[in-house]
Design a protein around this ligand. Structure first.
Ligand SMILES: [Zn+2]
Ligand SMILES: [Zn+2]
Length: 350
């Protein structure tokens, strides 16, 4: 089968590899569409999480391996002991790889498993004609949601999960720093959890129309004084909740300064380096930092939002490529055109 195999930074090869066979409790999925995630870009450009020398803590794998974890398709074959799924079922999946025995796994919080791994990072992933997934990580795609649109459920689940961790945010004023797909997942997560006003900031005007048409306020942080904007927008009260969805020191600092006394900061960005954190500003008003890691069952909720038209996937997919054009038209293109793109999809069997 054809697959995108990671050998090293900027060394992603479209190769013909052996078709995988599902083991016990696993299914083999014929991939229709897949999505390029920010983490895939990190793997492409570096720094990477794909193990090169030291084998992965859970799977024992090292590169080369097939990347990708956002996908949708149909079950081609079920392995031994799989119940409730059959060939032909349309599915998407949570790509986490977990031990199943640690305290977090046993309590259902497998997204924080002590040996956590991901498809496409710790084992062969979904940028291929077929992918193997554990049956307990599958989600049925509802009628009315295409395979193309269902790929969005995985990234959207991140913001829904983060929002669940914050507790009741009904009526709260929310700021989202970062208008990429994770920032948008936070926006939709907050919106449908009943948040009050939501302000999203980013560099450039690429998302203004989307955010404003969804009832939010958009600020181009390169053109406007963001701190003054947040203050005005909130009547000087600042935000109840700030989602940090970029992962740099500057936005972490803004998140702290834009949060009102007793408010909450939700960190979703992935930091390339350790930020200096202003502990005194946090502590003087009992501002709390929360963090979020992927998701557990929230793909089901994301699929419902797509089915019910609460989220229009067509507005989030900004480019489509194939496996053959993935490197040049996908990854290389994204390096020069990051901000205007939300989600790039790969048509595989769809
Ligand atoms: Zn992802
Ligand atoms: Zn575990």
């Amino acid at each position: 089968m054809k697959a995108a195999v990671w050998h090293g930074h900027k060394d992603l090869r479209i190769e013909d590899v052996k078709e995988p066979v599902p083991g016990k409790g696993q299914v083999k999925i014929r991939v229709a569409w897949a999505g390029i995630c920010g983490t895939d870009r990190h793997e492409y450009e570096g720094p990477n999480f794909i193990p090169v020398e030291k084998p992965h803590r859970l799977t024992g794998r090292t590169a080369p391996l097939i990347i990708g974890h956002e996908f949708a398709g149909e079950i081609a074959e079920v392995g031994e002991g799989v119940e409730g799924w059959k060939a032909g079922d349309r599915v998407t999946a949570n790509g986490s790889l977990t031990c199943g025995t640690c305290e977090a796994c046993r309590s259902g919080r497998y997204n924080i498993c002590s040996k956590l791994g991901f498809l496409g990072v710790g084992d062969d992933g979904a940028f291929a004609e077929y992918v193997i997934v554990n049956a307990d990580r599958l989600f049925a795609i509802p009628d009315g949601v295409s395979d193309h649109d269902a790929v969005l459920a995985e990234p959207l689940a991140c913001g829904i999960h983060a929002t669940h961790l914050l507790g009741d945010i009904r009526g709260k004023d929310v700021v989202v720093l970062g208008p990429g797909i994770i920032g948008l997942s936070a926006f939709y997560g907050a919106k449908y959890a009943g948040a009050g006003r939501i302000l999203v900031s980013g560099i450039g005007d690429y998302r203004r129309e989307l955010i404003e048409s969804e009832g939010g306020t958009y600020v181009d942080a390169s053109a406007e004084d963001l701190a003054a904007k947040v203050s005005d927008w909130s009547g000087g009260n600042l935000a109840d909740v700030v989602y940090e969805c970029i992962g740099i020191e500057q936005t972490m600092d803004q998140a702290i300064r834009f949060t009102k006394p007793g408010g909450k900061i939700m960190v979703m960005g992935v930091f390339g380096r350790k930020p200096v954190v202003d502990m005194n500003t946090l502590q003087e008003a009992e501002r709390a930092i929360y963090t979020s890691q992927a998701h557990v069952g929230e793909i089901a909720e994301a699929l419902e939002y797509l089915r019910d038209g609460k989220i229009d996937a067509s507005r989030l997919v900004t480019r489509e490529v194939t496996l053959d054009t993935l490197v040049e038209d996908g990854f290389e293109y994204l390096i020069g055109h990051g901000p205007e793109n939300i989600k790039v999809l790969i048509r595989i069997g769809g």
